[in-house]
Write a protein that binds this ligand. Structure first.
Ligand code: GLC
Ligand code: CA
Length: 555
């Protein structure tokens, strides 16, 4: 039994003012010299995270896992992956995080387990064992497709039935309708909360209650049959309210990942009598150049991006709190998508300002703050992520190999999973030995922490400035949001308003110089320029350089 440890539980009160930092441990920092990132390396770098101005760390799964989905297939919820360290080392990390005045959020992945989990091994033995109903077994599958590979059902010889897996076949879905499964989840939550963690990021949480009788999905998009059938199921609020009670006992927070979530369904989790989550990760703004990341690609559209941002900003204002993010372990690097690798510094800094100053809690994904970019491996076999490999095989086979690889280069989740670039030393200072995965070669061209620390104008130092500005300002924290010129293909402009104070955030997404005009109400009003990613005097004050961003306070 874990000893219940006393911790400061102010997170529920304060998370609206927080900046979060996501760590995907395997690629963060190798502390023990085996080429794999771990909790020893993380411990050593907590001071760095703190130095950014971060308040809370979200740790992607660190539990034992066969890594079919790099930790999102958990085989033991109460231990630490041997690659990453031990429970003892985890406690050290947690204590150090708290000593530094930060919080720690764990990843709770309970839509599915690994097929290596003891529950599944028992469950597949037959219909009359205590774990028989922990998973979703059927004699006949429906037409659902899995999000990662082929059909969502796999036949199990031992049990003589099919089991459901929304993700790959090594990730069987738990049967949340079974009250014993829900008790298990709550016990797992208590285990980590008793140890002192401050909350959870909850993986694909809107998928955990499945539609009764599992009806066929409408076959309207190939390869995603059923995709809309398994979100926001009939008992979702009931189940989440049970989990909420556990969190209430500890005053911790819950942030739900909501693939395909709409504003309306998000509000049903975040407000009202069913309120069960503090914040949610939505995906609309991650589809300004694609449909479901790897599924389909399109040219980047600034209008689409702005529409998505504004939709959530307006809808949640005064009701719920947004998460703000541009990267995580599931998406390629944002500079390569919405910015420009050639104008890396310019676009990387502009992108930082464009989202951090919206209303909500900003999340920064490791490496984003130094402007890491996508990798382009020549051979699909050099990629690690099962989802990329399967998409490669699914893409129109009549397309040329080059075309299919280009799609992988643009969309693979692996681009966010290369080792963190700490310095220009061998292997980017991530490890002393050859790392588990390729290092992006641009670490030797200045894309690394050590070099960016030295440069006051680096992306890294600009992130620090943005965070400092956001945290020092009630306007940027609590103010309401209003967008201007939504039809512009070059400029994203919004104001934040708080108690009569008006601040304006202007971001150019253009590779060229553009002349910006202010909305009528701001013309000729005295202002103060608080932040800009370009230095020096400008001939024409309202000409914006490529990817220039400015924040003005109007007096
Ligand atoms: C979430 C995770 C992703 C994982 C999937 C299945 O979307 O963020 O990495 O592959 O769930 O667990
Ligand atoms: Ca290691």
């Amino acid at each position: 039994m874990e000893q219940k440890r006393k911790v400061d539980r102010s997170i529920r009160r304060n998370y609206r003012r927080y900046v979060f930092y996501q760590v995907w441990v395997r690629s963060f920092r190798d502390g023990n010299g085996d080429g794999i990132g771990d909790l020893y390396g993380l411990y050593d770098k907590l001071g760095y995270i703190k130095s950014l101005g971060v308040d809370a760390v979200w740790l992607s799964p660190v539990y034992p896992s066969p890594d079919a989905d790099y930790g999102y297939d958990i085989s033991d919820y109460r231990d630490i992956h041997p690659d990453f360290g031990t429970l003892e080392q985890f406690r050290k990390v947690l204590d150090r995080v708290h000593e530094l005045g930060m919080k720690l959020i764990m990843d709770l992945v309970v839509n599915h387990t690994s097929d290596d989990h003891r529950w599944f091994k028992e469950s597949r033995k037959g219909k009359d064992n205590p774990y028989s109903d922990y998973y979703i077994w059927r004699d006949k599958p429906n037409n659902w497709d899995s999000l990662f590979e082929g059909k969502a059902w796999t036949y199990d010889e031992q049990r003589g039935q099919y089991y459901l897996h929304i993700f790959q076949k090594k990730q069987p879905d738990l049967n949340m309708d079974n009250p014993r499964v829900r008790e298990e989840v709550k016990d797992i939550m208590r285990f980590w909360l008793d140890m002192g963690v401050d909350g959870f990021r909850e993986d694909v949480i809107n998928f955990i209650s499945k539609k009764e009788k599992l009806p066929n999905g409408l076959p309207f998009i190939p390869a995603v049959n059923g995709m809309f059938a398994y979100k926001d199921g009939p008992h979702i609020h009931e189940y989440l309210s049970e989990f909420r009670k556990v969190c209430d006992d500890y005053d911790c927070i819950q942030i739900g990942e909501g693939p395909m979530t709409t504003v309306k369904s998000a509000l049903s989790y975040l407000t009202g009598k069913n309120k069960s989550l503090d914040m949610m990760f939505s995906f609309d703004h991650m589809m300004a150049d694609c449909l479901f990341t790897e599924y389909m690609q399109r040219p980047f559209s600034l209008k689409k991006l702005k529409r998505a941002f504004s939709k959530w900003q307006y809808a949640l204002n005064g009701k719920a709190w947004n998460t703000l993010y541009l990267e995580n372990h599931d998406h390629p690097r944002v500079i390569s998508r919405y910015g420009s690798e050639k104008l890396r510094r310019e676009s990387g800094t502009m992108l930082a300002a464009c989202y951090i100053f919206q209303q909500g809690a900003p999340f920064i994904y490791q490496g984003q703050e130094i402007g890491m970019t996508n990798i382009r491996l020549r051979d699909i076999n050099d990629y690690k992520d099962i989802s990329s490999k399967n998409n490669f095989n699914r893409y129109h086979l009549k397309d040329s190999l080059e075309r299919r690889m280009e799609r992988i280069h643009n969309s693979s989740r692996d681009s966010s999973r290369t080792p963190m670039q700490w310095s220009s030393a061998r292997y980017a200072g991530f490890s002393k030995v050859k790392p588990w995965f390729v290092v992006n070669s641009n670490y030797s061209e200045g894309v690394n922490v050590a070099d960016e620390e030295k440069d006051p104008d680096s992306i890294l130092n600009f992130y620090r400035r943005c965070i400092r500005l956001k945290k020092s300002s009630k306007v940027l924290t609590y103010g309401s949001y209003r967008e201007f010129f939504p039809d512009s293909n070059e400029i994203y402009m919004y104001e934040r308003v708080y108690r009569g104070h008006h601040w304006l955030v202007i971001c150019s997404f253009s590779k060229h110089i553009v002349k910006v005009s202010l909305p009528k109400e701001f013309e000729n009003r005295p202002n103060e320029l608080l932040l800009c990613n370009y230095n020096g005097e400008r001939k024409d004050n309202m000409c914006f350089e490529p990817y220039e961003t400015r924040v003005y306070r109007f007096l």
